[in-house]
Design a protein. Structure first.
Length: 202
């Protein structure tokens, strides 16, 4: 998929709308789930306009059970600006979202980017380092923002390309543009390179 034109493209993940316990799990600064929902929707709509596109990388909302408040995915979608392309997250199986996309590859600024929810799924793709240049993911919440080459490990495997977490917990609770992500990557790479006294990779 080639991106271009005059409209903005955003990335986001892990809103967990309606998820009561996510406030405790991720130490989000809200007194209750209704305050959190209102704030997240407000921050989204302050940036995203109706004509913009948002690539959303999983864990959209909680509908039922002891941790949900009963609103459907459609009800939340109706409150949000933009055309949203949903990649499925591990908490999206029972929230009526019904997306069939588990991963997608897009091209922006001549960079091939794999969009997935859980960064571990990168290792399911044979020779992924020959297929894409970056990975954008969610799932890890406030744990980390950027993992450069060799910094993300799962079992006996290590990432061969950079991974960027686009989840709201690391980006002031709003969707972000590619330019912001790219800037953060080079900032992190430059800091790491300075510490090691080498040139940053891209």
């Amino acid at each position: 998929m080639k991106m271009g034109g005059y409209l903005f493209n955003y990335f986001s993940s892990d809103l967990h709308l309606g998820h009561i316990n996510i406030i405790k799990y991720c130490k989000r600064p809200f007194d209750d789930v209704n305050e959190m929902n209102d704030y997240l929707i407000k921050k989204w709509n302050e940036r995203v306009k109706e004509e913009d596109t948002v690539f959303y990388l999983g864990d959209f909302c909680f509908k039922t059970g002891q941790e949900g408040i009963g609103l459907s995915a459609k009800e939340y979608i109706n409150k949000l600006n933009g055309n949203i392309i949903f990649v499925s997250g591990n908490h999206d199986k029972n929230n009526s979202l019904k997306t069939i996309i588990n991963s997608i590859i897009i091209t922006i600024a001549k960079k091939r980017i794999l969009l997935i929810h859980n960064p571990i799924d990168l290792f399911k793709i044979p020779k992924y380092e020959n297929v894409v240049d970056f990975v954008f993911c969610g799932h890890v919440h406030e744990k980390w923002k950027v993992r450069l080459k060799g910094q993300f490990k799962h079992k006996n495997k290590t990432n061969k390309i950079p991974i960027i977490n686009v989840g709201v917990d690391m980006w002031n609770f709003h969707p972000i543009k590619f330019e912001e992500i790219n800037k953060e990557f080079y900032k992190t790479a430059g800091r790491c390179a300075k510490q090691q006294n080498v040139e940053p990779e891209n």
